[in-house]
Design a protein around this ligand. Structure first.
Ligand code: SAM
Length: 327
């Protein structure tokens, strides 16, 4: 009963969208600047749109660990929950031309879990994969600084190579996973590996990049991108898909075939003509019916803004003059 009340509170929250965004950007900004995460300041350099994606992750990690608490983990007969970051980055993002620090995805998963009185259930294990040596070193140092080395497995490798061992480990430990699959582009994770991840129990949050339209255009003209698309979407993709919405639909229909009955997409806009979608894919498990209203409330908040608004907020937090967005 309490859990249901909590989510209704989120949904009915009278806070304005601007206040909500300010609070969430401030959380991940504060975290990014904190001594335990900032360290030597090495980070992934990204545009302000990344801030909205990470606000969504911060909110979802909190909701996820609130809903899948110890009681629900026990009711589902799991040994625990795990966070899997397939394209993990360095643990710190440097945003916009001023390189303002915003915490990266794994530190968010470690620090932004629900810490209520009645239940507190952070992830039991953190898995991450990062191909770049410098990002990997920085991420390892940050996980050490956060004191979670014993509970983490960070691989310096390509996702395609590292995933099979991680999947076996999650399965062997009987964890239920939340996977964050933060694609940088089309490449990096084949349909074959995605299917093997979908075969074991867990939920997913995926960044679907809309610029795949260009790849589709080149592939249709036989300009060499056919293999790239087939690897990610499967054989026959070029016959089935005419637009990037078709690509997304095909991707989602494959996820649905693997018993992820609830799919919600959130549109993330840069404000400068660039956009991507977050795909939330959720299994039916005991106690998780609160996810849907929670993610729908998140969708309403995030889609009210663009990366330009996020940059205004960061400017304010950094003490540079900028008006907060008004909705
Ligand atoms: C979008 S960034 C990740 C940011 C991170 N998830 C965050 O939100 O803080 C993608 C990261 O994946 C890494 N990467 C790209 N392709 C990869 C691959 N095939 N295997 C493993 N890592 C990869 C890049 O070096 C980059 O650091």
């Amino acid at each position: 009963m309490n859990l249901i009340k909590d989510v209704f509170q989120i949904t009915r929250d009278k806070k304005s969208d601007s206040q909500w965004l300010l609070e969430h950007v401030a959380n991940i900004h504060r975290l990014g600047k904190s001594p335990e995460i900032f360290l030597d300041g090495h980070g992934n350099i990204f545009n302000p749109i990344t801030t909205l994606k990470l606000c969504a992750l911060e909110y979802y990690v909190n909701l996820y660990t609130r809903v899948l608490n110890e009681e629900n983990v026990r009711l589902n007969h799991w040994n625990g929950i795990a966070f899997l970051d397939v394209f993990a980055g360095s643990g710190l993002n440097l945003i916009g031309k001023n390189h303002s620090p915003i915490a990266g995805s794994l530190p968010i998963a470690v620090k932004c879990h629900f810490q209520g009185k009645s239940c507190s259930h952070p992830f039991n294990h953190y898995y991450g994969i990062e191909k770049d040596q410098n990002h990997f070193n920085a991420l390892e140092a940050r996980m050490k600084s956060l004191g979670v080395t014993q509970n983490s497995t960070i691989k310096h490798d390509l996702a395609e190579n590292a995933l099979p061992e991680i999947i076996s480990d999650i399965e062997k430990n009987n964890y239920h996973y939340l996977a964050f699959i933060d694609f940088e582009g089309v490449k990096g994770l084949s349909k074959e590996k995605m299917d093997s991840l979908l075969k074991i129990k867990g939920d997913l949050m995926i960044t679907h990049i809309l610029s795949e339209r260009r790849t589709l255009g080149r592939a249709k003209k036989g300009m060499g991108d056919e293999m790239i698309l087939e690897k990610k979407y499967g054989e026959g993709v070029l016959e089935i898909c005419e637009t990037e919405d078709d690509l997304q639909e095909l991707y989602i229909s494959n996820i649905k075939e693997h018993d992820r009955e609830h799919i919600i997409t959130i549109n993330i806009e840069s404000g400068n003509g660039y956009a991507y979608r977050l795909i939330f894919a959720i299994r039916n498990t005991k106690g998780n019916s609160q996810f849907i209203p929670g993610i729908l409330a998140l969708k309403k908040r995030i889609e009210a803004f663009s990366g330009v608004d996020a940059q205004h907020i960061i400017n304010q937090l950094d003490g540079r003059m900028s008006r907060l967005p008004e909705i």
